[in-house]
Design a protein around this ligand. Structure first.
Ligand code: KE4
Length: 427
């Protein structure tokens, strides 16, 4: 492992990797300065190449719900490794993972594994189009579903962070098949169905948005979306890549009592290794090759090493059921931010559910893309740097969700709240 500093490593990376990063949001371009490199992580802590210890509020963008390098997950990977890394054939881990997911998320009657969330959502959209024989898809401003062409339109996360919500390189003919609507607005969805009768294959959304900052659904909104999809014969696709197993064992669909037709998963189900999945009604999933006409595949789909980590992560969640504890941690941070900001006279909004939350610097209540964009991104940048200087790593973007883990309990969360409060007071 290199002994070079982050700056030395970044200088080398910039020569060979676009922007020096393998995923744009890591580049710190919207918050200033250069990214640090991490050489190790354990529990709630990252250890940088400069030997700094940082309390991590990113948790590798969601997967590390048990903290980094959890011994149970490490042991599971070590056991799987003894037998090899990839076989290119069915393996027992795939059956175990499918049984776990279908038991914990009852709307998923059948499931197909992928190696990323992008593959999962891209495949779910293709399946919806193949099953309904319709072409148009509806998504919502600010929702980010990975970087497939049909979905990288008015997207959140890194696309929004870097001011390219509609990426270059997507043919207009493709973009025309994607209709983008405001979140938390059932009337807009009803109007879109009226304007496009029998043309909508599917409606895909993050049921609680994490990619324009954290925005929960208004009460009743998801039920309205469900009813409209049923009424118009469109498939309802819940993208729970981020919220799946994060906010409840059964995801947001369990919290809200909604049954989507398809669900996409990722992040936590890989335990830190590359895993995605999509699943849902058996009559829809059976349209996938080799049974049906919708093709979908992957060299490393169902990889035994990756699934061993994901199975360990899900089993831990079943055993611990840590969601009340994680919500208490989220509330502790929310209260610390609200209290410090009030004392300083800085308007903030802090939407929070469980271990997901965001800080928006605005007096406007946050309920969709447009209200999220009233947040003062420059002030967020100063807040981000003050927290980092104090030893707390927030997502390097004003448009991301923050994540906590069970490893944050105790000293880490108390220390982090002190740092965050001091950062707000310094603004
Ligand atoms: P991946 O292809 O990055 O595994 O998953 C794409 C994806 C799909 N759906 C949702 C709801 C997601 O949040 C994501 C990926 N999330 C971002 C974080 N906002 C990944 C971080 C990154 O792009 O580096």
């Amino acid at each position: 492992m290199s002994s070079q500093t982050s700056d030395q490593l970044f200088a080398r990376a910039l020569q060979l990797i676009p922007g020096g990063v393998n995923s744009p949001v890591r580049a710190f371009r919207s918050v200033g300065g250069s990214p640090f490199f991490v050489k190790a992580a354990r529990g709630a802590t990252l250890i940088t190449a400069d030997d700094r210890e940082l309390i991590d509020f990113v948790c590798t963008w969601g997967p590390a719900i048990h903290g980094h390098n959890h011994p149970r997950i490490k042991a599971a990977i070590a056991t799987a490794l003894e037998s090899g890394t990839s076989f290119g054939t069915p393996n027992p881990y795939e059956v175990e993972m499918a049984e776990l997911i279908t038991r914990l998320v009852p709307s998923i009657q059948k499931v197909r594994m992928t190696s990323s969330g992008t593959e999962a959502t891209m495949s779910a959209v293709r399946l919806a189009r193949g099953f309904t024989r319709r072409d148009k898809i509806i998504k919502f401003s600010g929702c980010y579903h990975g970087h497939s062409d049909s979905l990288l339109i008015k997207a959140g996360s890194g696309a929004l962070t870097h001011g390219h919500p509609d990426s270059a390189g997507i043919p207009a003919s493709f973009a025309r098949e994607t209709i983008v609507l405001p979140f938390n607005n059932a009337a807009a969805l009803a109007a879109a169905f009226t304007a496009h009768p029998d043309q909508i294959a599917g409606v895909i959304l993050e049921p609680y948005i994490g990619n324009v900052g954290f925005i929960p659904a208004d009460p009743g909104y998801l039920a309205a979306v469900r009813q409209l999809c049923t009424q118009h014969g469109a498939l309802l696709i819940f993208d729970e890549v981020m919220t799946g197993f994060r906010l409840a064992l059964g995801g947001v669909q369990q919290l809200e009592g909604i049954t989507p037709d398809l669900t996409t998963l990722g992040k936590i189900i890989g335990g830190g290794l590359p895993v995605g999945a999509f699943g849902g009604r058996a009559d829809i999933m059976d349209h996938l090759a080799p049974l049906g006409p919708v093709y979908q595949a992957g060299t490393l789909s169902g990889n035994p090493l990756a699934l061993s980590a994901g199975i360990a992560s899900l089993r831990l969640l079943e055993e611990l059921n840590p969601y009340a504890r994680l919500d208490a941690l989220g509330q502790q941070v929310r209260e610390a931010v609200l209290s410090a900001a009030k004392a300083k006279g800085i308007p903030v909004q802090v939407p929070q559910r469980g271990s997901m939350f965001s800080v928006f610097f605005t007096a406007t209540p946050i309920r969709d893309y447009d209200s999220a964009l009233t947040s003062d991104a420059a002030l967020f940048g100063r807040f981000f740097r003050a927290c980092l200087d104090g030893g707390v790593y927030l997502p390097p973007s004003a448009y991301e969700a923050y994540f906590l883990s069970t490893a944050h309990e105790g000293a880490a969360i108390d220390r982090a709240c002190d740092v965050i409060s001091a950062a707000l007071r310094s603004l």
